[in-house]
Ligand binder design. Structure first.
Ligand code: ADP
Length: 264
């Protein structure tokens, strides 16, 4: 009996790498298709609302009560805001993908920044009385990129508002622990299925319990990137049907000063 033994480790490794590359390519192509479908759908819905409200105003303006007219104007306004938000998120995502999202830290008054974000969200009549902001009585100044922090908090608060019922409260609290700032955003909403928590930060991923709540699956991938640029971390705690709490910890240079901040 004569035999030839040949070491094929390298060939096996090459095969595995090719298979992995193919899998990555397939995933990329799937996520591109998903992106086109989701984004088109997300934009088409507010566009249809704008179209129908415009039609009503154009053809029945003389028969509509003042209240009905205002309701149509406000629907148009909300829909335009939604489209603007989607386009804005797409632009940020394209910066993320091109590694062009810049980290430009400056000294930021953290509590004032949070208050401004909350005020902007409160301007939307649906959110009035739902947002609670808890801040320490001292002021916090920290070296952060205010624009990125704004993306983080706005996206987390908007999610907390839309994935919980209209009569439930959403809480933002901020604190500093040594040389780190911690933001917690808490809601009492639908929660996230435990087996899906690891995937919600992927672009375009949406958990299977979102039902008819609109979304593109872009917000959290942007949040994650903004947290990474700060070399921070984000953790989620959630119980399905009971709510979710997102905690963001950003290491930085912090200064605290005595002050009397109003609590909203
Ligand atoms: P979307 O536009 O779908 O809200 P995000 O990237 O912001 O996209 O979030 C990804 C997914 O994570 C959501 O589709 C939802 O399944 C889940 N999610 C995010 N925040 C919450 C929350 N506060 N409560 C429940 N589910 C959430």
């Amino acid at each position: 009996m004569a035999g030839v033994a040949k070491d094929i480790t390298h060939r096996k490794q090459a095969e595995e790498e090719i298979l992995k590359a193919l899998q990555r390519e397939r995933e990329l192509s799937e996520s591109k298709t998903k992106f086109i479908v989701t984004t088109s759908h997300e934009i088409r819905t507010p566009l249809a609302t704008i179209q129908s409200s415009c039609d009503m105003l154009q053809y029945y303006i003389n028969n509509l009560t003042e209240e009905k007219k205002q309701a149509h104007f406000s629907k148009i306004e909300t829909s335009i805001k939604r489209i603007t938000e989607i386009v804005q998120n797409l632009l940020i995502l394209s910066e993320v993908k091109a590694n062009a999202l810049q980290f430009q830290p400056t000294n930021v008054d953290v509590i004032k920044l949070c208050q401004n974000i909350i005020n902007t969200l409160i301007n939307n009549s649906k959110n009035q009385n739902r947002l609670k902001f808890l801040a320490p009585t001292y002021s916090i100044e920290a070296l952060l990129d205010s624009q990125l922090v704004c993306h983080i908090i706005t996206n987390l608060l908007e999610n907390a508002l839309k994935y919980s019922s209209i009569d439930s409260q959403v809480k933002l609290d901020v604190n500093c622990y040594g040389q780190a700032i911690v933001f917690n955003v808490e809601d009492k909403g639908i929660g996230i299925p435990p087996e899906e928590i690891a995937r919600i930060f992927d672009s375009f991923y949406r958990a299977n319990n979102v039902s008819t709540v609109s979304g593109t699956g872009l917000g959290l991938s942007i949040v994650k990137q903004c947290v990474n640029l700060h070399k921070g971390e984000i953790v989620v705690n959630s119980v399905i049907g009971k709510g979710a709490t997102f905690s963001v910890k950003l290491p930085t240079v912090v200064q605290t000063k005595c002050s009397n901040h109003l609590k909203l």
